[in-house]
Design a protein around this ligand. Sequence first.
Ligand code: ZN
Length: 619
Amino acid sequence: MSRSFLLWSIVVIIVVLLRTAPAASADCPSGYDPLRFYFNLSVIQAGVDPAQCTSVGQVIQPTSSCTAECSAHTCSASDIINATRFNQCATQAFIDTSTFLGQRLCIVRTPGVTHDHVGSITAEPLFRDLILIAVPSTTVFGGNYSRGTVSNINFVASVVTAALAGSDGQCYRTMYGYALHFAIHALGFDRTQLSKWRHPSNPNLEYAAYDSTTYPYGPVKPWNSESTSIMLPPSTTNLFNASLVDGDHRVVLITPNVLAAARSHFGCSTLTGIQLEELGPSEMHWERRVMNYELMTTEFNMAPSSLVSSITLAALVDTGWYVLSTNANYGAEPYAWGKGWGCNFVIQECSEATWRHAFCNATFGVAHDRSYVSRCGNTLLYDFYQEPVYQHFSNLTLGGWDPYADYCPYAGNLSVVESCTRARVDDNVGTSFSNITGINTLAVYTTILNQTANTLANRDVFLNEPRCMQFLCLNTSHMLFRAGNAFYGCQGQYPALSELTFQPTTHAATNNGQLSPTAIPAYGFYGQIQCPNVSYSCASGSTLAGLDSTTFPTLVSIQPMNASIAGNVTLAVTWSVGLSVNTAVTCKGLLLGGQQTNSSTWEIGGSTVKSSLYFQFER
Ligand SMILES: [Zn+2]
């Protein structure tokens, strides 16, 4: 046996072990084991489903499960799944979904059973004239406390082929989002399973049986004073039925862990329920106005990187069928929308008051996580959406672009004008806004300009296009933004702010004059910036280590460390910065002993800089 063969054998064995090992060990409470969710992909991979398109022009009759408005489907090229391509980019998404769930959810296993939940995946065309992504159905209940154990998820064939047509990464991400979303439906986050949920304090009992006073309708109740007759959201076919789209079909989930997680996330201790979506597919979804960018809002218009929040995990616990891993590494994903925004945000309709800067009421807005700048994309409402709950503007026929967010205007990912993720390409602050892109950039409302190059008719930050700005976190409570080759502190948190002003929340300074002519004129920047919430943007602490040494050198030593000075003198100080400096970086304005340096010289390619301080003593 050759040595290389032996080596390759070992590699293959390791890969096989990685692929077939049970989901990474969740640390489950006593009596529980990690959930083994198995996706059966063999039907798609083998192409053996008689209701799956294999050739153009093929006519497929509706399956028996299609019960209304069904008609035969004539296959087109976009209905035909290429199994090879599916395995290249989609199969791993299903494997990783199983891993994600197995790391977080624990169950009481049924002895002798290999998989705790089998999701059979098909990709049949749709037999009804609908716009859908998938149709999930849980067909077998059993196991502990009568949970679903077998489900079928039919991803609409053309939806799968569209995903497969993307790059490997796009295909993977799209299919991963779909797989995880519909797996969570199959596990119980679904309207058809709601009546079967067990109270987690006693999973032998369904909610109404456990406490009929608190849960007269089970895990949900009508929103506010609405009638119980609106307990079910309209079905997809009624999406555009004016008599049903009245904003009243609102139901809230009121289960104990969901309430606790939501109260903590939103910062609202009196919250009594989380709204469910009243529009679109009727599987069951969080209301997007409240839970935007969360994976269990409706799959329509969903942002690509939507996350699984602590509130969704809590809902799975509140089925009574699952408990969570105790491993802190396998909890909810970091979820920012609405975090700490308070009761008015969750309970009230959206407005500039309740949504703050997430209310995209100008031409442009910033993403909720400040990863991009996009157009607000507001639109005209159809007549049947002109109900009070969908009206947020003085012009009552105007609304945001996303019906699932109740037409609340927000900067969605559909019309991004600038992503704050590009590699740094240039330092063009002298000719335009200070839009340095590269590592550690955030979208912010700002009108900072180099005063020698540009003027603005109106310096109100909310009337101008937000920009990507490079930022620097010193710690979890102090951050700075870069203009030119200097970082400026936010909200007075760092000394010597120069001519930049930092306004916390309000519109201000609509003139275009220089704001503070006495401060560090060498930098030449002026304008305003609306600083983000530092405790959120800098939640991970210092980002100093993330700056490369050529753009932000590390200070190694200073010479002289101290000096006696009498009279009016210039003191030359040499800084050692460790690595060689390849770009001209000015150090004017650095504070030494409380006094700003007034000139400096970099030795390009060297590792030192010399600064001069002019001391003038009054007698
Ligand atoms: Zn869904």
